[in-house]
Design a protein around this ligand. Structure first.
Ligand SMILES: CSC[C@H]1O[C@@H](n2cnc3c(O)ncnc32)[C@H](O)[C@@H]1O
Ligand SMILES: [Zn+2]
Length: 440
């Protein structure tokens, strides 16, 4: 079919566009030409002319695929390891020692399991950081490419080990970032990902800025996750993390900072000034006992915020429906004000705004000229989605990842009737269980 334009028309569904006006088209129509949406709106017989395929969605809800702005799919095999620990001992006594045993096979299978879980729960775009220690990242990237998902996959930089090892780490990150900047038909890209201000020296952070600048890449970094981190950076460098990174030039490049749990007004003003985006990981922050990010204040300050799961070792699932619901409920509870983070705003953070946060504004909403990345839910046979009349509310407050029926990315069917067409589900599950035994 190469070179031939395919025009597919989706009808008989309710379309939640998640565009800025939050249009909803009941019994609407969406036209997809190759990878792009060319029309979304009321049903029009005129536009049916020349269609290669008309798909009857039989009463389903259609919304843009969810956007997970901060994940670690290579850690999916670590689900259930290191529960009930604070971040520092969790990383230092559990996660990093286990990651030092990683092989390329473990990394690839973990990535497949993570993506399988993501797509089957409605995520079509993700932004990930991985620990490259001991693995062939080319193999992992090829594996990810085959799944059909969209996203950014970032080779992390840590200032650990000998000087030689640190140099090799930075060199590896630079080569990887360049090689895969435009990969898998443009679905996959890279960012430059220093782990954090506490795991990277100022010199390493400045090298990251250089790589990002020279290659026109975004930065992705864990920042201001815990009180401990604030004190640690203050003691080591005389400034809190945001000011420390600002001074080193990190925010001169478009940056996504994961967490932002511990921020003051002055820091929010800096983030706004430098257009730093925040990936909010509510469940991971709760589980690691880090706290609750003040999303309302971030949004009030005009900062772009996306929603994220972090890894299955601190979550412990990749269900973005659960994540965004938790995000909304936490702000209401924290402010003792039920009007905070209402359904439409929260869902926008998990779709269109999240996509913008990670520099992927070409996806995240159902609009003409955007990528055809969308998911369907059939509500009529699900008790928890009745009565169907309050659909918008249900998407935030009642829906689950397991409600997702079909997933389309770049106009291609990735999941059909809850079966992933690009990943051998049974094989991955068997391999995960075999490999996990070799790790612990
Ligand atoms: C930066 S590459 C991925 C690497 O980061 C570690 N990690 C996972 N979750 C967190 C978190 O919430 N804060 C800090 N570091 C985290 C883990 O070692 C991953 O492999
Ligand atoms: Zn993380």
């Amino acid at each position: 079919m190469e070179g031939i334009m395919m025009k597919t028309i989706y009808v008989n569904a309710t379309f939640f566009t998640m565009d800025k006006e939050n249009h909803i088209f009941e019994n609407g129509m969406m036209v997809v030409e190759d990878q792009l949406i060319s029309y979304i709106g009321e049903r029009s017989d005129e536009l049916m002319v020349g269609a290669d395929q008309v798909v009857d969605l039989a009463g389903k809800w259609v919304m843009p695929g969810l956007v997970n702005t901060h994940s670690h799919i290579l850690m999916t095999l670590l689900r259930g390891i290191g529960d009930d620990m604070l971040l520092k001992p969790w990383l230092e006594t559990k996660i990093w020692p286990i990651e030092s045993q990683y092989t390329t096979e473990i990394a690839s299978v973990s990535a497949q399991l993570g993506i399988l879980e993501m797509v089957k729960s409605g995520t079509t775009t993700f932004s990930d950081m991985f620990n490259p220690n001991g693995i062939d990242s080319n193999v992992v990237m090829e594996t990810i490419g085959e799944t059909g998902i969209r996203g950014a996959f970032s080779y992390s930089i840590f200032s650990f080990g000998t000087e030689e090892q640190q140099k090799a780490n930075i060199k590896g990150a630079e080569e990887f970032s360049k090689k895969y900047k435009m990969f898998a038909d443009g679905r996959l890209t890279t960012m430059v990902a220093p782990h954090s201000p506490y795991a990277c020296t100022p010199e390493a952070l400045m090298e990251c800025v250089r790589i990002a600048k020279e290659n026109d890449l975004m930065m992705h970094i864990h920042v201001s996750e815990t009180d401990y981190e604030i004190q640690d950076i203050l003691t080591r460098y005389g400034n809190r993390p945001v000011e420390h990174l600002r001074k080193l030039g990190v925010f001169d490049q478009p940056t996504v900072m994961a967490h932002g749990v511990v921020l003051n007004d002055e820091e929010r003003a800096i983030l706004k000034q430098y257009d730093v985006r925040v990936a909010h990981n509510p469940i991971s922050n709760l589980k690691l006992g880090s706290g609750v990010a003040d999303v309302v204040s971030l949004l009030d300050a005009g900062i772009i915020v996306g929603i994220a799961t972090d890894s299955t070792a601190s979550n412990n699932n990749l269900d973005m429906f659960e994540e965004v619901r938790t995000a909304a409920l936490l702000q209401k509870g924290m402010y003792k004000d039920a009007t905070k983070l209402p359904a439409q705003t929260a869902l926008a953070l998990a779709t269109r705004v999240g996509a913008e946060a990670i520099g992927m504004g070409h996806t995240g909403s159902l609009e003409a000229n955007k990528k055809a990345d969308f998911i369907t839910i059939y509500p009529y046979d699900k008790e928890h989605l009745q009565p169907v009349s309050a659909a918008y509310s249900h998407l935030l407050y009642a829906a689950r990842g397991s409600d997702v029926c079909d997933v389309f990315i770049d106009g291609k069917t990735i999941v059909k009737d809850r079966k992933c067409l690009t990943i051998d589900e049974e094989k991955v599950i068997a391999e995960v269980n075999r490999l996990q035994k070799s790790l612990v």
